[in-house]
Design a protein around this ligand. Structure first.
Ligand code: NAD
Length: 248
């Protein structure tokens, strides 16, 4: 088992069709004790209960530093350590550049970029005290292409920011045996894009994916588990593309 007795925290992990929950399930199957953090409306306790009795679901809003810190206190009280953090919470908005309002910009950047900052800031002192840890940040192919298939330019900016923030963390905390890596998923079938791919665009999108299909949440989860586990113990600051070859 790749994550035996490791404590793994996943933000935005409560959506049962999402990348975060697929990762949570795979990590639980690999022996981890999983903590799902998500908004109240997403029912993180119910999602964690689906994984079995050893796991925990807590309400936490990653855009609120105090909320992240409160969650980490509860995790410390229950498990005493945190080995893995997956910064997965994110939202998107399909909108054109000239139509982005200041409020849109704040909302999208707040969840992906500020959320990555606050969740990592809350967890890092625990990892520092252990002299070990692995953080995996979920960015997006949108950061690399300069445009999402479904996300707007502010989503691309937020996800590009995640790449920079992660590399800065990798550099600053490497000496304390804390690794920080990113995954950049392509188009993956989850609730974030359900029903949003226009039928007339579907074939064009598929033509741009050498592997010829839209990704599944487990395609991403496997790569997150790899980066979380000791299999990748000499990798830090890495960006792992999981996009079916979209950028070739
Ligand atoms: P999803 O909508 O199923 O998951 C996002 C989760 O984030 C939800 O459970 C939501 O409740 C949670 N969330 C939103 N705001 C939050 C907040 N303030 N605090 C805590 N949790 C919050 O979508 P998904 O496709 O599983 O997306 C997961 C991650 O993968 C996101 O960061 C997304 O941008 C990224 N991503 C997705 C795709 C794709 O094609 N699905 C591609 C590239 C990147």
């Amino acid at each position: 088992m790749l994550l035996k007795d490791k404590v793994a925290v996943i933000t935005g992990g409560a959506g049962l069709n999402g990348l975060g929950f697929a990762t949570a399930r795979m990590m639980a199957n690999q022996g981890a004790k999983v903590v799902i953090l998500d908004l109240e409306v997403a029912n993180p306790a119910d999602a964690a209960a689906q994984l079995g009795p050893d796991h925990l679901g807590l309400v936490a809003n990653v855009t609120d530093k105090a909320s992240c810190e409160a969650a980490v206190e509860q995790i410390k009280a229950k498990y005493g350590r945190i080995d893995v953090l997956v910064n997965n919470a994110g939202i998107t908005q399909p909108v054109k550049f000239l139509d982005i309002t200041g409020a849109d910009y704040d909302r999208i950047l707040d969840v992906s970029l500020r959320g990555t900052l606050y969740a990592s800031q809350a967890v890092l002192p625990v990892m520092q005290s252990q002299n070990s840890g692995s953080i995996v940040c979920i960015s997006s192919v949108s950061a690399q292409r300069g445009g999402g298939i479904l996300g707007g330019p502010h989503y691309s900016a937020a996800k590009a920011g995640v790449l920079g923030l992660a590399r800065a963390m990798a550099r600053e905390f490497g000496g304390q045996n804390i690794r920080v890596n990113c995954v950049t998923p392509g188009l993956i079938a989850t609730d974030i894009n359900k029903g949003k791919i226009p039928e007339d665009k579907r074939q064009t999108i598929l033509d741009g994916i050498p592997l010829g299909r839209i990704g599944e949440p487990n395609d991403v989860a496997g790569c997150v588990v790899f980066l979380a586990s000791d299999l990748s113990k000499y990798c830090t600051g890495v960006t792992l593309d999981v996009n079916g070859g979209m950028l070739i």
